[in-house]
Write a protein that binds this ligand. Structure first.
Ligand code: URA
Length: 220
């Protein structure tokens, strides 16, 4: 087995969590617990933890990867360029953003300093696993009818293993715990498109996935 493969399978087999998650029953208590989190080293460099936001009984939960530079400063999820793209697509898909709980798989911003800039760095399997506690608690409190996983990191957190986005994309899936999940792309992947035509095509697909999410909720 190659070194790369050994690394990959090891990251998919992280030891099960021994420490019990905190007994929090409200979003307010959850946010306080998240702010005190020291479960992985990411808290050291981030400005703050960025907890999920939205109504306590939202029917839809959207899960992104991690806060970006602007979210880290503002303390709110999806307020930067990817968030603006997401907001636009949500409106076009006919979803009321005010009824969606928006959160991330990893709550602190992971970055690499480059001069005065902070470049986004993808969270690794360990960081995703350590932060999963908080996503599980958000899910337990909000109890959404449908979870939309925005990209590979969100899907990795929800499934507890690496999944291939293109295989699952646009189909309603049920997790082992019975939760219904729709996997789609991350809005920031649209910002990295090759050219305008590619971006428009990807954006149409993204809106189509969100329209499907809206229909699934309507047909409950
Ligand atoms: N990307 C994410 O995944 N989450 C955010 O909050 C912002 C950008």
């Amino acid at each position: 087995m190659s070194k790369a493969m050994r690394g990959k399978s090891a990251s998919n087999r992280l030891a099960p969590e021994k420490e019990p998650a905190p007994h929090v029953k409200t979003l307010k208590d959850l946010i306080a617990a998240e702010h005190a989190c020291r479960r992985c080293p990411l808290y050291r460099d981030a400005t703050q933890v960025v907890p999920g936001e939205g109504p306590g009984h939202a029917t839809m939960m959207m899960v992104g990867e991690q806060p970006g530079d602007q979210e880290d400063i503002a303390g709110h999820p999806f307020v930067g360029p990817a968030g603006r793209m997401l907001d636009r697509a949500i409106v076009e898909a006919g979803i009321d953003r005010g009824r969606v709980f928006v959160t991330n798989a990893v709550k602190p911003f992971k970055f690499e300093p480059r001069g005065k800039r902070r470049l986004h760095k993808r969270p690794n399997a360990y960081e995703i696993e350590r932060c999963r506690w908080w996503l599980d608690l958000e899910r337990a409190i909000v109890k959404p009818s449908l979870i939309v996983a925005l990209g590979a990191t969100a899907a990795r957190s929800l499934y507890g293993r690496t999944v291939t986005i293109n295989k699952l994309r646009g189909t309603l899936q049920t997790l082992e715990d019975g939760a219904r999940v729709l996997v789609t792309m991350h809005p920031s992947s649209l910002l990295r498109s090759r050219d305008d035509a590619d971006r428009r095509a990807k954006y149409r697909d993204f809106v189509a996935d969100l329209e499907l999410a809206a229909r699934i909720l309507e047909s409950r």
